[in-house]
Design a protein around this ligand. Structure first.
Ligand SMILES: NC(=O)c1ccc[n+]([C@@H]2O[C@H](COP(=O)([O-])OP(=O)(O)OC[C@H]3O[C@@H](n4cnc5c(N)ncnc54)[C@H](OP(=O)(O)O)[C@@H]3O)[C@@H](O)[C@H]2O)c1
Length: 328
């Protein structure tokens, strides 16, 4: 099969398509003929040499795919999936390839009515947003959620799920065009982080209360402002570190707000936890996708051979929603 390898740490040009041995499904695993794979920031960090794959995981990048079931490993019941089923899978790596194996619990059927290529945009964003906002931060109807990067892959799904679960969505983004995209998806407060102070803007939008929950992809650079932007009993969920890892925190401010800071990564979680999250996504998010209420946002799709161009585009930061590569 063809697969993408990282020749050395660096820019998009270090990615190369090579012939590789197809993986074999082990106990509890499903072999998938990949149709499309989603690009993620983690792939970029891996390419740069800053985010090595966890122990025992393929060095081929790629955390999510869509495709068809090619074979079932031992201990996978035929009641789970059959050869030929259209599926998506959340992975710890290996997705930029013509075939990949995934633990059966991390595999879901492609939602009815959705084309199989588009479905590759779903696993990482739905699992990340659902687990962080609705499990860890327990967003309740009527609360206000501030989503940093509201037009990105994570952001576009977060806006839609927040609205679908009857909470209010506020977003930051770096351009008017991106804010418009978030607005079309349901964001009610749009803040250009390049020209406006998001703390002031979120207070204005909430009668001075602040955001009940913040989904943060910036990290250190925003820590102090994020705590300022939280409402009493607010929850700050840090899932990205684009603005660095270390910052000073005024614990007094945190205590006076009775606020909580949560940090998570999805990739490093054990298979059992990721499987639980994917099953919850299947139960709570898939019906919203089937009904058309929530739609994955795909910006561009590139063939596997153009993976360098795909990463170039992703690195440019011009995209809204997801960028995919297709294998077939
Ligand atoms: N912890 C986890 O389990 C997990 C899982 C998946 C993703 N993530 C993280 O989530 C983040 C988003 O991932 P993605 O796939 O959605 O990537 P993406 O599509 O490239 O989105 C990145 C987003 O970050 C925004 N951003 C950058 N600097 C910002 C700033 N100073 N203020 C506000 N927003 C800023 C960008 O907004 P503009 O383009 O408008 O500038 C863009 O929307 C990444 O950091 C990724 O590592 C974490």
């Amino acid at each position: 099969m063809k697969a993408v390898y990282i020749r050395e740490s660096g820019g998009p040009e270090v990615l190369e398509v090579r012939e590789a041995d197809a993986p074999q499904p082990g106990p509890g695993e499903v072999l998938i003929d990949v149709v499309a794979a989603g690009l993620n920031r983690a792939d970029v960090q891996q390419r740069r040499g800053l985010y090595p794959p966890p122990d025992g995981i393929s060095e081929v990048p790629g955390l999510e795919v869509s495709g068809t079931v090619a074979a079932l490993g031992p201990e996978v019941g035929e009641s789970d999936f059959a050869v030929g089923d259209a599926v998506v899978a959340l992975l710890a790596g290996g997705g930029y390839a013509e075939q990949v194996v995934a633990p059966v619990g991390q595999v879901l059927a492609v939602p009815e009515g959705m084309d199989i290529t588009t479905a590759a945009a779903l696993p990482e964003v739905t699992a990340t947003v659902f687990s962080n906002l609705f499990i860890s931060a327990a967003v309740r109807p009527g609360e206000t959620v501030l989503i940093h990067g509201g037009a990105g892959g994570i952001g576009t799904m977060a806006v839609q799920l927040v609205r679908a679960f009857e909470a209010h969505a506020a977003v930051t983004a770096g351009s008017t065009e991106k804010l418009e995209v978030a607005g079309i998806l349901g964001a009610e407060t749009m803040i250009n982080y390049r020209s406006h102070d998001f703390v002031e803007e979120i207070r204005n939008a909430t009668d001075g209360r602040g955001a009940d929950v913040i989904l943060d992809v910036v990290g250190a650079k925003y820590l102090d402002q994020n705590v300022d932007a939280l409402a009493v009993a607010g929850r700050l969920v840090v899932i990205g570190l684009q603005g660095g890892t270390k910052a000073e925190l005024n614990l007094g401010k945190l205590m006076s707000k009775r606020a909580a800071i949560i940090g998570t990564t999805l990739r490093a979680r054990p298979v059992e936890e990721k499987s639980t999250i994917m099953q919850a996504v299947g139960e709570h998010v898939w019906p919203l996708i089937r009904s058309g209420k929530v739609r994955p946002q795909v910006d561009r799709t590139y063939p596997l051979e153009d993976v360098v161009t795909a990463h170039d585009y992703f690195d440019s930061g011009e995209h809204t929603g997801k960028v995919l590569i297709t294998m077939q």
